[in-house]
Design a protein around this ligand. Sequence first.
Ligand SMILES: [Zn+2]
Length: 449
Amino acid sequence: MDTVLLLPRLLVPVRPRLQVLEQMAVVLEGETIKAVLPRSEAIATYQDAGRIELPEHVLLPGFINMHTHSAMSLLRGYADDLNLQVWLNEHIWPIEKAFVGPDFVHDGTRLAIAEMLRGGTTFFNDLYFFPEVTAAAAVEAGIRACIGLPVIDVPTAWAGDENDYIDKGLRVSESWQNEPLLNTAFSPHAPYSVGDDALRRIAKMSTERDLRVHMHVLESGWEVDESIRQHGKPTLERLHDVGLLNERLLAVHMTQLNGTDLTALAGADVNVIHCPESNLKLGNGICEVGKLHDHGVNLALGTDSAASNNDLDLLAESRTAALLAKGYSADPCVMNAFQALEMLTINAAKALGMSNQLGSIEAGKLADLCAVRLDSLHTTPMYDVVSHLIYTVSSQQVSHVWVGGRMLIQDGGFLHLDVDEIIDKAKYWEQKITAQARAARSKEYNLHE
Ligand SMILES: [Zn+2]
């Protein structure tokens, strides 16, 4: 098995907490981190190993994007400046109905994967139709992913009713169970779009199979009223009653929390996935991360799709998260830079039940890593590298990325993905979608005449 020494200027392993190390080496052997030790000792011990010098770089754990709909990158900027229900019902769902199929998912997912890798993301937690296509695209690109098994009470090109979604999802889960880059999670779309019987079935199987449940929860104020109207009880009480309020739940958004909710989440060890830029852009509200943190709730970060963000840049998302938390609570201490970095790494690994494998640079963990160049105008001078990572660094400064010890990005360039082809495919979809939107608009114009 090949052994490689990574020799960075600085190392931020995330665990142990708050450490910034100099003159260190990270020893990779196959897909794992074999050792983290002083540079001189590593060079003496592993004389025959390959060496990668990173003299102007900080080495970090790869970032984990905890909420994506990767194929929707093809709808980046398609519909902006609208509230969630109008955005979904009048724009996103109709265009998805017209175009979503295996080719759309394949091409959109590859576009998303390339963007994520280029920004240091080594793992994405996805939720979309045709998950078997997303899974294949991830494996082909060499990125790690948790593939959501979608369930929604709306027939689509992928499945008919809720039980059909669940059955098809289980087949996808089983067919990829031996793929080391992947795991799977049930992904009921939202409390308002999945019925009680389906949620109960998902809860039971999630326990039996130890699968995560990745779900939009309390994204907007509309959803709070809708739960009372449809089900006669608040959302979290309903999720508790169907058996979903537990440590396997990855509850995305959570912008509408009251005091009772905070206690219930903390008591059940639910993981909250914060997507600040999507929440801000759709005007849905603000997830109160300071209060969640005070209650001991595990918090990780997601970008949501490029249709509501409109990028998949996790470093930028972490900056937004930190600034928003401070501004909203009028307390600059509510989230510090290191805590923001933890949301991108170890907290996400914990949410996935993978904190013994991912999220920090420690011996025995998987070698999912990224390096960031520090020799630029806007990272000079540098008193605290973690401060720079959250408040200053651009994702374009990510120079190297490894997943499972395999280098995928070197000096900012892709080693295995054909980016020109990915961009050409995205332009092809842009033309098709633009033509469809024009035709729909002219039809509407004629109707109104
Ligand atoms: Zn979403």
